[in-house]
Design a binder for this molecule. Sequence first.
Ligand code: S3P
Length: 423
Amino acid sequence: MRIEAAKSLKGVVLVPGDKSISHRALMLSALASGVSTITGLSQGEDVQATKQIIEQLGATTEISDGQLKVFGPDQGLRASAQELYCGNSGTTMRLLAGLLGGVSGHHVLTGDESLSRRPMNRVATPLRQMGLTIEGTGENTVAPLKIVSPSSLKAISYVVPVVSSQVKSAILLAALFAEGPSSVTENIRTRRHTEEMLQQAGVAITVMNSAEGRVIEIQPGRPLALEWDVPADPSQAAFFAVLGVIHPEASIEIPHVYFAPERVGYVNVLRRMGADIAIDQSNELADLIVSSSSLRATSIHANEIPSVDEVPILVVAACAAQGSTHFEAMGELRIKESDRFAQSVALARALGATVTVSGDDFMVEGLGSASNFRSFLFEAGLDHRMVMASAVAGIAGAGVELDDVSTVASSYPSFFSDVDALK
Ligand code: S3P
């Protein structure tokens, strides 16, 4: 697919409902007894995979007036005889592994080619300590995963050894079914949706922040059925934020964005680089207006962007900046939907930037402006964020030819039509 540069970009873009909150709203509604409603659910394939799986496990759903109703069975979820297909979605597979701790019996979790390469040992290790049997392939325990859940689980105190909300969340979901209170410690604070939403759903949970991390204590319990309202996804907003900032003729408004510190580190980075981003914030929501800006280089440590989802698009910003941007401790990029470390470096080089790699760090020598980007070819593979990052670079610069853009449907099916509406 050939994507041309845009002359100017103006208007409002309503990015999809947050993917992380959508997965969790579905899972907590399925665990609850009775009717929950979800407004603003992400329509991406990742979230649809979670929806289909909770239905296989015995929840029923119904769409009315643009809202999704989820009926959680009184007697709880039950094992499915069919395999549970998670598609491209790591969040589905990792969180579900924990949730299935409370669904006694045998389960098989599968995924697409990309997901079948991603390490599941990070969730398998703590969940095995809680009493689940989890079998995968190789030392990283890759899918298909065969899971056997016992009738009761052991409580656990676990320090998450990597920076991962998915690992924290898998343990918290399994801990709902444990024989006593569990605790999970993270050394760097990651997205807080699971603990926050469990608390809203009436589960006894306490959260204590330490210097940079947090400790969560959770009692076993059943979430209550609730009405969930899913705000716009800040990680999708990031593509339009960078597009608006690096395009020479742009002003883009992005309303109703979920805006808690663990998710919007990229906004601080962009502002530090000189980006013109107006933020009208109230509580955990913000309306953003981004406008064309001249950027200067900065240093970005992975801890500033926990989960590193926004790093590929920040690499595009770094390519448009004046000076050398240092990306530090970016090893986690290698195990996402693709090797985003290699892919981000390849993208910057394709745009004409010079990149130096040293271990888990890399340095991007910016081209000073998106007007200096080359027209380029890119193979984004089965990675929605690499499709969108390279598309943004092409739209702001000199165009791009992408081999396959279909993976964008996993998180943002209307991405290209939303861009077109700004032209
Ligand atoms: C997610 C956590 C992140 C992120 C992913 C969604 C979540 O992964 O990359 O897109 O919803 O919990 P980590 O668990 O590696 O931080």
